[in-house]
Design a binder for this molecule. Structure first.
Ligand code: GLA
Length: 384
């Protein structure tokens, strides 16, 4: 049976695709802004996928189409596509450019179609999924295959260069290495990626605040700079450190006077958050979901108070969820400054329960937050 992306490809281009790939959205389970500080992070690939279908052409033409955009974006050849990329095709073209630098190139032109179940702007990192699914499709066209970690690294570089945000490896790592029912555990100091047993008999829920700071990219970059400043100042006192997370909480307290107040608070969040990730891994192995839930909430309030990347609406969602039955814990997920909250819930937490939270939020902010419950799913791969 052909999938929706295959049918859409065929309708658009008049022939079936030759290769199809897919990549899931991701939820940052715990580990907020730890990734680019050499810390640990836990994430979940979720059962919402972006799919890419491609077929080689006999001429050099390169054509992109998507279910959301009726217009085909066409270029005479790959080079002119790379030179003139703008809008949504920047994501696959960023990947194509980096693959070309590795000598991995489709021989001729190609047709490309993308469909997505990952809502953009819902904190599920649709862009990482787009990069990974594109890479897998282009590798297939080129007759080469990267290993998973190389692909994840390449897609992260594409994100850094295309979007220009100095993000870490979390999004691409989780979408690339996801496994059904398991969490992806990344040690970002060595870029070691493994999976651990996920929380059993639970469901992850996302609640969108509907708010996004319009300076979100520059605020993310500012936090990154503040973390670098903390590292540079702490390195003077503790020369052994390679990453900010190598400083212990006690060492940080002893060095408080060396750091401007805000920089101290950012460092406090990162150092403690890294330890919360490690503790979460231990508690998950023991099946202590109550303990994990407490760590999720602690993570949120640390983001809010020390890292200052929350907003009032996200705090409200966490408060409402924390007071609901069937919720182990809740926290902002992803970069912050607006966006979404994720909650770890019992299996019996229902749409009605979620609606009750949403109604209370709507009563306060005159905005109905979108919400969805998701299962932990497998990572990116070839479908055809
Ligand atoms: C965004 C970035 C990630 C990570 C998170 C915060 O999702 O893309 O690399 O830094 O924010 O943890």
């Amino acid at each position: 049976m052909s999938s929706a992306v295959e049918t859409a490809f065929e309708q658009q281009f008049g022939r079936p695709p030759v290769f199809v790939s897919k990549a899931p959205g991701r939820i940052e389970f715990i580990g907020n802004h730890t990734d680019y500080n050499g810390g640990e992070v836990l994430g979940a690939a979720v059962d919402r996928f972006l799919r890419v279908a491609v077929a080689p052409r006999e001429d050099s033409k390169v054509q992109f189409a998507s279910e959301g955009n009726p217009e085909v974006v066409a270029f005479a050849d790959a080079q002119s596509a790379l030179d003139r990329a703008s809008g949504w095709v920047k994501y696959p073209l960023g990947v194509l450019a980096l693959l070309a630098r590795e000598g991995i190139q489709p021989q001729d032109g190609f047709d490309f179609f993308v469909t997505s179940e990952i809502p953009a702007g819902a904190g599920l990192s649709s862009s990482a999924a787009f990069e990974l699914a594109s890479s897998i499709a282009f590798e297939a066209l080129a007759g080469k295959e990267l290993d998973r970690l190389e692909r994840v690294r390449l897609c992260r570089r594409a994100e850094n260069e295309v979007v220009g945000v100095p993000c870490g490896i979390l999004d691409q790592g989780v979408s690339g290495f996801g496994e059904a029912g398991r969490l992806v555990h990344i040690d970002c100091s060595s870029e070691t990626i493994e999976t651990v047993e996920g929380p059993e008999h639970t469901r992850l829920w996302i609640f969108e605040s509907g708010k996004k700071h319009n300076l979100v990219d520059s605020m993310y970059a500012e936090r990154n700079r503040e973390c670098c400043e903390a590292f540079d100042l702490l390195k003077k006192r503790y020369q052994r450190i390679q990453f900010l997370v190598d400083v212990t909480p006690e060492e940080l307290m002893a060095a408080q006077g060396d750091l401007p107040e805000k920089v101290f608070l950012r460092a406090r969040h990162i150092i403690e958050e890294h330890l919360r990730v490690q503790e979460s891994v231990r508690l998950l192995a023991k099946g202590d979901l109550k303990g994990v839930g407490e760590l999720l909430c602690a993570s949120h309030w640390s983001s809010s108070r020390y890292f200052e990347n929350s907003i009032e609406e996200l705090d409200t969602l966490v408060e409402l969820l924390s007071a609901s039955n069937g919720v182990y814990g809740a926290r902002l997920t992803g970069g912050g400054f607006g966006g979404a909250v994720m909650a770890l819930c019992t299996e019996s937490f229902s749409d009605e329960d979620a609606k009750a939270v949403a109604d209370q939020y709507a009563a306060k902010y005159d905005h109905d937050p979108r919400f969805r419950g998701m299962a932990i799913a497998e990572g990116a791969g070839r479908v055809l």
